[in-house]
Design a protein around this ligand. Structure first.
Ligand SMILES: O=C(O)C[C@@H](Cc1ccccc1)[C@H](O)SCc1ccccc1
Ligand SMILES: [Zn+2]
Length: 165
């Protein structure tokens, strides 16, 4: 199980670098990230969140954890429509806020064997992939909200940390 960085950790703002070679080390990282994600539980996880600043994310929105997909060097090549969803984030525990994103996307990426693929996604899968790619670009969903909401969230997180000390 890998340690997940918690907002407002500055490392969550680092921009991830492309994966040069899809080798066994990358495949081990994918497996470790999947184990970590399922344990939370979560339906998505970006390498940035486990302090590995490489352009790699995993998603599995299936109920029975049988649809794990790895996206290496993902690029959104088409994005249209609008949808809002009450998002959460494993790096911002306890915070859920409405976020607007594209409702349909086409993503190109490499899979865990280094093979290129193209995926069309709608609904929760599209939302999740956009949320994870934001992590690779050093963005956390709470930063899309108003300044007022962000300050209230930071205060709440600080209060939670004091409580857990
Ligand atoms: O922190 C993450 O990146 C994992 C996120 C992925 C996600 C966020 C918003 C909307 C969809 C996916 C979640 O914490 S995974 C937990 C979860 C589970 C079911 C539905 C939404 C979020
Ligand atoms: Zn997140």
């Amino acid at each position: 199980i890998l340690n997940i960085l918690h907002y407002p950790d500055e490392r969550l703002h680092k921009v991830a670098k492309p994966v040069e070679k899809v080798d066994d080390q990358i495949r081990t990282l994918i497996d470790d990230m999947a184990e970590t994600m399922y344990a939370c539980p979560g339906i998505g996880l970006a390498a940035t969140q486990v302090d590995v600043h490489l352009r790699l994310l995993i998603v599995d929105i299936s109920e029975d954890k049988t649809a794990l997909r790895a996206f290496i060097n993902p690029r959104i090549v088409e994005a249209d429509g609008h949808t809002t969803y009450e998002e959460g984030c494993l790096s911002v525990p306890g915070i859920y806020e409405e976020v607007e994103r594209a409702s349909h996307i086409v993503v190109e990426a490499l899979d865990r064997n280094g093979q290129p693929f193209r995926l069309e996604a709608d609904g929760l899968l599209a939302i999740c992939i956009q949320h994870e790619i934001d992590h690779l670009d050093g963005k956390v969903f709470v930063e899309k909200l108003s300044r007022l909401k962000q300050s209230r969230i930071l205060n709440k997180l600080k209060k939670n940390q004091r409580k857990n000390m």
